[in-house]
Write a protein that binds this ligand. Structure first.
Ligand code: TRP
Length: 465
């Protein structure tokens, strides 16, 4: 991930901008930022809710076309300009559309990290309960609902998680955290693999495996596409300026096409493993109950404890699992917050200290609203959603499509596909150049307009989510 704490002094020194230590370092850094709660918590609940196999298929197609084109574009623009999004857009023009394009990319992570930290808090709470030996308690049907509706408790765990994130940013020990995560990430994969096998071999689980892997067109709805696209942005950390920043740290010899492929494969593999842990368990432990399938954000916290409660060494597995998920969440939250901090530094000219404090304040303010939204603030609904769901919807279904559209317009209308191709071709054959052009020019804008239209239509109540 980022080698230097402050983009500001890097930008001032211009030429001496830091670079990743090597090609592998870069791929690991991007994969590390991609793999987080999005894979383990968000992907399985969306897949369960929006049609199983058909959701998976839609996701895969979008990722290999639209997602691929966007990752390449953002990375290439970052490397070309050596700037984070606001600066990158600013390199090509100073007028309002350029400012808007840069800022919308930069603001999204600031709005995600607060509610991300609320989920992070839930993870800490579950870890704590496993450490106390509450394996059976956590597996009870209404445990999770009871926990989050006790707003003060959710708030407490949220604050604890955010404190950890802000403390790391302050201490600047981010690199240490990442070094640890490079060891823990493979551990997470191994553990997830075993849990998935265990979960798939429970009686009745096969129906879940089928539901998740075999597309059934009867389950298709527009929301399948909208949700899959939002998830693709989220999981691959695209359409929020992150890859501009990462791209700005790499040298000309990194093969952008190849590293994009590697990151996509890794990220999807982990999401699918998580799906195979959680969805078959819904069928085995809740008989495929439609209500459980549609549980939404709480799904992981409902089904995984049931799996652990049913197996030998369940407490140990629970501790290890939530510890590793916590780690994935912390590293992702740190990069999200770091991106906000560097935007404040670069664009507002704040010191690192002040920027970190400001980011911390944003996290506490919006995050508390999200955490309390299931408790004392549960009378507040925004567009018919709880506060946490609203932030998720606002960023993933409204802002990210607009951010992605800005990148498309920048690439096709301002910079030109040719220049992007030249940038990529410095170190890559760019075999998919033709397709890339097609994706950026036609496919991406069409997809984006579909998702925007559907999101707005669902807010207006024309279609149901
Ligand atoms: N991709 C991360 C996940 O799946 C979440 C995320 C979105 C993220 N944008 C990011 C992480 C930027 C780090 C940086 O959980």
């Amino acid at each position: 991930m980022r080698k230097e704490e402050s983009t500001k002094h890097l930008l001032q020194k211009g030429g001496s901008r830091s670079a990743f230590s090597g090609k592998l370092g870069y791929v690991l850094a991007v994969a590390g930022s991609a793999v987080g709660l999005g894979n383990i918590w968000r992907f399985p609940y969306l897949a369960a809710k929006y049609g199983g196999g058909i959701f998976l298929l839609t996701y895969l197609i979008l990722m290999l076309t639209f997602g691929y084109a966007l990752i390449v574009s953002e990375t290439a623009l970052g490397r070309m300009t050596k700037r984070s999004p606001v600066g990158a857009f600013g390199t090509f023009g100073k007028s309002i559309p350029f400012r808007f394009g840069g800022w919308i990319n930069a603001v999204i992570p600031m709005l995600i990290v607060p509610y991300y930290s609320v989920i992070g808090g839930w993870v800490v709470k579950y870890l704590f309960e496993y450490l106390r030996g509450g394996t059976k308690t956590l597996a009870q049907d209404d445990y999770f609902a009871g926990f989050i509706s006790n707003g003060m408790e959710a708030e407490f765990w949220f604050l604890l998680f955010s404190l950890l994130v802000v403390a790391v940013l302050f201490a600047g020990v981010k690199q240490g955290v990442e070094r640890v995560s490079k060891i823990m990430m493979p551990l997470l994969v191994i553990l997830a693999f075993f849990v998935a096998v265990y979960s798939m071999t429970r009686p009745g689980a096969l129906a879940g495996v089928k539901y998740f892997l075999i597309p059934n067109f009867e389950n298709f709805s527009w929301m399948t596409v909208v949700a899959a696209m939002g998830q693709m942005f989220y999981s691959l950390s695209i359409a929020m300026g992150i890859l501009y920043t990462y791209g700005s740290y790499i040298k000309e010899d990194v093969d952008i096409e190849k590293s994009t492929k590697q990151v996509e494969v890794f990220d999807t593999a982990i999401a699918m493993l998580a799906g195979l842990m959680i969805i078959p368990a819904v069928f085995a432990f809740s008989g495929g109950d439609p209500d459980t399938l549609k549980a939404g954000p709480s799904l992981m916290f409902i089904t995984i404890p049931k799996v652990f409660a049913s197996m030998g060494f369940g407490t140990g597995a629970g501790i290890l699992f939530f510890l590793l998920v916590l780690l994935a969440a912390v590293t992702s939250a740190i990069s999200l917050a770091e991106s906000g901090v560097s935007t404040f530094e670069d664009q507002l000219g704040f010191s690192r200290h002040k920027s970190t404090l400001l980011m911390g304040a944003v996290i506490v303010l919006f995050g508390s609203a999200s955490a309390l939204g299931f408790g004392v603030l549960d009378f507040v609904t925004l567009l018919g959603m709880s506060i946490l769901d609203f932030f998720d919807f606002l960023t993933n279904s409204l802002m990210m499509p607009v951010a992605a559209l800005s990148t498309c317009v920048l690439v096709t209308r301002v910079v030109g596909l040719k220049k992007i191709a030249q940038e990529v071709e410095q170190s890559s054959e760019f075999k998919r150049k033709k397709m890339y052009g097609f994706f950026m020019r036609y496919l991406a804008p069409v997809c984006i307009l579909i998702i925007l239209f559907s999101s707005i239509a669902s807010v207006l109540g024309w279609i149901t989510m």
